[in-house]
Design a protein around this ligand. Sequence first.
Ligand SMILES: N[C@@H](CCC(=O)N[C@@H](CS)C(=O)NCC(=O)O)C(=O)O
Length: 254
Amino acid sequence: VSELPVLWHIEISHYNEKARWALDYKGIPHVRKAPFPGTHGFYAAWLTRGRSRTFPLLQLNGRTIGDSTDIIAALEELQPEPPLYPEDPAERARALEIEDFFDVEVGPNVRRLVFANMLEDRELTIAGVEQSHPGRHRVMRATYPLARAAIRMDYGATEERKDEARRKVDEGLALIEAEAGPSGYLVGDAFSVADLAAAALIGPLTVPDSYPNAVLSVTSPVQELRDAVRARPAGQWGLEMYARHRGASVAVPA
Ligand SMILES: N[C@@H](CCC(=O)N[C@@H](CS)C(=O)NCC(=O)O)C(=O)O
């Protein structure tokens, strides 16, 4: 049991959800660790000797892998079944390209939009950002103004950037609507890393039941965002991918 992979994660984060989904999809038992919110950058720098400043991070067989895309690549190698990479080389290249597009163009803008709509509400933000350890909420309340400023700055989650973020998110939703085939999948006719990445990274906007941020759908600005995305075929597609392929977690209690 001591050799289980360890996923250092942020519960609410959609990039972290990408890594959790891949581990669960492949049925790889692992332990999850979620340090105090806001300290992730330091933990990441420490665990990777300065190579990475973000979560998720996966400790696997003596390696520490940063970046959700690299984590999925390592899991695919460790345990090819069930596959997340299409076998056909052209399809595989396209799936990785779509994963990259959602990582780079869509993910940061989803985060920007959600935080820009949520940060004014201290209690909601705290409840959303820290769900597993409510004992941390007291300190988070006391330091909230600082945390809010840091999130606004780090993620560009400001009123002024909302419109631009919305346009980038719409590009992602349009890609899904253009590329989903009759089977529902973005590449070929099977579930792949393209579907997983796209559905996970728009997860904070579609809010599937199993996404660990149901709290996001309770406040009105965030709820409006969710309803607008759910009203689109791409929103329904995201929920459908969760219903079909987001099985139960195989994480082992720490
Ligand atoms: N490209 C990275 C992005 C991950 C990322 O942006 N993680 C954010 C949370 S969503 C993070 O760890 N931020 C540091 C912090 O919050 O302290 C990946 O795919 O893993």
